[in-house]
Design a protein around this ligand. Structure first.
Ligand SMILES: Cc1ncc(COP(=O)(O)O)c(C=O)c1O
Length: 396
């Protein structure tokens, strides 16, 4: 149950479906536009006000199709003010950061962040005179010691990319608030259904909607949902950057959202079963799934999260890159490719040590990241079982 007393499935089905936008159609249809026509010169002049949210002005400012999805995502985040949509998750991260940092500022960025988030900090922000310090994902309230006079923002991602460390988001947000620092969270893995970010103290909650909102591996989309007081700057910066998610992609996002709760429940059940099965295998030294005690930060997951989605990693017990490739290459039901959150399973060789600068990884063996899709779990387990046999044959 959510804070407003309605269950997750009810909320994702109903959210954002205003009658004046749907006109009786179940899901808000695609309203495509660049030009909006006005009745008169006076009408045109009157429309020039800055607040064009929910009011047709010009295609770049959106139509009911984008507003419907944006409002739905706001409704899913208790305590949120409003949401802005972007043409990808990375575009959302970049716009959110640019809306809070200025030359001379410092950004604190979690060491387990999605690599392109590090890229934004290390190149674009650096060029603008913004410095970045990377911090240990398990730092918790100790973040207070890193906050200096120039610190303006903290970008968290919990659990972290590739290695899934769970952060103490409430403690980090409390330390940040006490010092006037803005907090941003990449909440793509949990979505607001499993981790209501703004309720936990986050100022800007970011989703790569490409993953679970869209859910079908065929659309790029991102969003930032703002806590009260943070939307105005986010919207103005995003308008200045010319950011606009297309009506067609936003419509596909809305269509995906309607089934997100039921899909997430299945991703959760299947991924947990496979993670537990892998944990019992001698070829596996550790499973990095936040719901298992073997994952760093598991106690925080148990305290703060309402569920787990379908993405996790496991560490192989010895072996090398070729043995890992032998396991992955022969899989029947797991595609080899980037991204996740769709209906199909994926397997990816990952090398987190390449991206870390503030922390060292404890595990020695090669790592595989799995996105568990909606196939029958027995088929996925049989496929992985055969993969582990190929790995064994390669190692011995
Ligand atoms: C955790 C995380 N955040 C953000 C993104 C970026 O999303 P997009 O691919 O839509 O730009 C990804 C993509 O893989 C991701 O894994």
């Amino acid at each position: 149950m959510s804070a407003n007393g309605k269950g997750d499935s009810t909320r994702v089905v109903a959210a954002g479906r205003r009658k004046d936008w749907t006109q009786g159609i179940v899901n808000t249809p695609v309203w495509r536009a660049s030009t909006i026509l006005y009745d008169s010169v006076a009408d045109l002049r009157a429309s020039g006000a800055t607040d064009t949210h929910h009011r047709l002005f010009y295609g770049r400012r959106g139509t009911p199709t984008q507003w419907s999805l944006a409002d739905a995502l706001t409704e899913l985040e208790p305590g949120a003010e409003a949401t802005f949509l972007y043409p990808s998750g990375v575009a959302a991260i970049a716009a959110a950061l640019l809306s809070v940092v200025s030359p001379g500022d410092e950004l604190l960025l979690v060491d387990s962040a999605y690599d392109p988030s590090r890229g934004i900090a290390n190149t674009l922000l650096k060029r603008m005179g913004i410095t970045t310090r990377f911090y240990d994902p398990l730092i918790g309230a100790g973040i207070a010691d890193l906050i200096g006079p120039a610190t303006r923002a903290i970008l968290m991602e919990s659990p972290g990319s590739l290695t899934f460390e769970v952060q103490d988001v409430p403690a980090i947000c409390a330390a940040a608030k006490a010092r006037g620092v803005v907090t941003l969270l990449d909440n793509t893995w949990a979505t607001p259904l499993f981790f209501p970010a703004i309720e936990h103290g986050v100022d800007l909650s970011i989703l790569a909607c490409t993953k679970y909102v869209v859910g079908h591996s065929d659309v790029m989309l991102g969003s930032v949902t703002a806590a009260p007081g943070h939307f105005g700057k986010l919207r103005d910066t995003s308008f200045q950057l010319g950011q606009v998610a297309s009506p067609d992609d936003s419509w596909l996002g809305s269509r995906g959202l309607r089934t997100m709760a039921v899909r997430l429940r299945q991703h959760q059940a299947s991924a947990l079963r496979i993670a537990e099965w892998l944990a019992g295998r001698p070829e596996v030294s550790r499973v990095l799934h936040p719901a298992l005690p073997s994952c760093p930060g598991h106690a925080l997951f148990a305290r703060d999260f309402k569920g787990a989605s379908g993405l996790f990693s496991f560490v192989l017990n010895g072996g090398d890159d070729a043995a890992r490739a032998a396991l992955i290459d022969g899989l029947d039901h797991f595609g080899i490719g980037f991204s996740w959150g769709g209906f199909e399973s994926l397997a990816l060789p990952v090398d987190p040590a390449r991206h870390r600068t503030a922390t060292r990884r404890a595990d020695a063996g090669p790592i595989i990241r799995l996105q568990i899709g909606l196939e029958d779990t027995d088929d996925l387990i049989a496929d992985l079982d055969a993969g582990l046999a190929r790995f064994r044959a390669h190692v011995s």
